[in-house]
Design a protein around this ligand. Structure first.
Ligand SMILES: C[S@@+](CC[C@H](N)C(=O)[O-])C[C@H]1O[C@@H](n2cnc3c(N)ncnc32)[C@H](O)[C@@H]1O
Length: 314
């Protein structure tokens, strides 16, 4: 699976991947449940966050560590070429004292055996190869070390939103062909083609279709952003050169294509009860014991499974 869509998302500067779709930090139950987990760890515990992205969960760990005087040691791995300090806008010194390891898939962790007190992940474990990831996690855990993974639940609001957004993205890109029609119209107008009015009418028609749909789904971020983008291109078309307009249009379309790929990746990794049982089977055969299987909520909406395991003491 390509990582281009994750790389683009991380470089866009967003902090948390979801369900705060606007990329802000995790909050409410997600934040408080993580804080409670970190607060229960021993002083000086070493924590590894796999599939850390731009490190939002490690920031909760850092905050808890400071508040509780725990002196936690924080590490984050990801298969993508992560660099939160560079990618997250106005990150200041918030990532100071957190060590990040780019290009480090969960299936192949760059650590010695038995070095972590806790291995955690938020929407991360499910993206790797299940059995390999779980045996690597067990390998790097100390005796009595614990895990906490929040993974996508097939019936969660995150999955339902991703499904709806994917449908709109496909509709905009493939059926309405909004960006292609916009590009055609701009070209026709520039060369003073006799077809210009027709081109505008076609663009107006897809615009109306999107407005009608937005009335039915007023929370659709994708519809709103696309409508704003089209209006924006029309407004500034006399101020920008043809080359700039074409290149900006291409970037907008690619951004939507990458968002679609990211949502498809999410949907294909959402876990059923059977998938969770498989993860627990891998855990047991890697010498881990199952402490709990619960559900994660955010604003009282179901957002994931929570898997808590412990490595048998040595
Ligand atoms: C949904 S994002 C979650 C990021 C972060 N944990 C968060 O909550 O914002 C999934 C992350 O998993 C990473 N990823 C995908 N496959 C992976 C793998 N096999 N090993 C480690 N990380 C992986 C992606 O690069 C991406 O950063």
């Amino acid at each position: 699976m390509s990582l281009e869509h994750w790389q683009a998302f991380l470089q866009s500067g967003a902090l948390a991947s979801c369900p705060t779709a606007d990329g802000r930090r995790y909050d409410k139950e997600i934040e408080s449940d993580w804080a409670r987990f970190f607060a229960a760890l021993p002083k000086g515990a070493r924590i590894l966050d796999v599939g850390t992205g731009n490190g939002p969960v490690l920031l909760i760990a850092k905050q808890t560590s400071l508040k509780e005087g725990l002196n936690l040691e924080l590490h984050g791995t990801d298969r993508a070429d992560i660099d939160p300090e560079r990618f997250v806008a106005d990150s200041g010194d918030q990532f100071q004292n957190i060590t990040f390891y780019p290009s480090s898939p969960t299936e192949q962790l760059p650590f010695e055996d038995g070095v972590f007190d806790a291995v955690i992940g938020q929407y991360a474990l499910e993206y790797g190869v299940g059995d390999k990831s779980v045996s690597e996690i067990a390998r790097v855990l100390k005796g009595n070390g614990v895990t906490r993974f929040v993974v996508h639940h097939e019936s969660s609001i995150v999955v339902a939103n991703a499904r709806e957004s994917s449908e709109y993205a496909r509709w905009i890109l493939n059926e309405l062909q909004v960006y292609r029609r916009l590009e055609q119209f701009l070209h026709m107008e520039r060369i003073k083609s006799p077809q210009t009015d027709k081109g505008y009418a076609r663009l107006e028609k897809v615009g109306r279709q999107m407005y009608d749909q937005l009335r039915l789904s007023p929370n659709s971020h994708i519809l709103r952003v696309t409508l704003e983008a089209v209006q924006n291109f029309l407004d500034k078309r006399y101020q920008l050169s043809a080359t700039t307009l074409t290149s900006e249009l291409k970037t907008k379309r690619q951004t939507l294509e990458l968002a679609l790929a990211r949502m498809q990746d999410l949907l294909s990794h959402a876990c059923s009860t059977e998938d969770i049982s498989n993860y627990e089977r891998y855990a047991l055969s890697s010498g881990l014991e199952i402490r709990a299987r619960t559900l994660q909520y955010h604003d009282e909406n179901l957002v994931g499974w929570v898997l808590e395991w412990r490595r048998n003491g040595e």
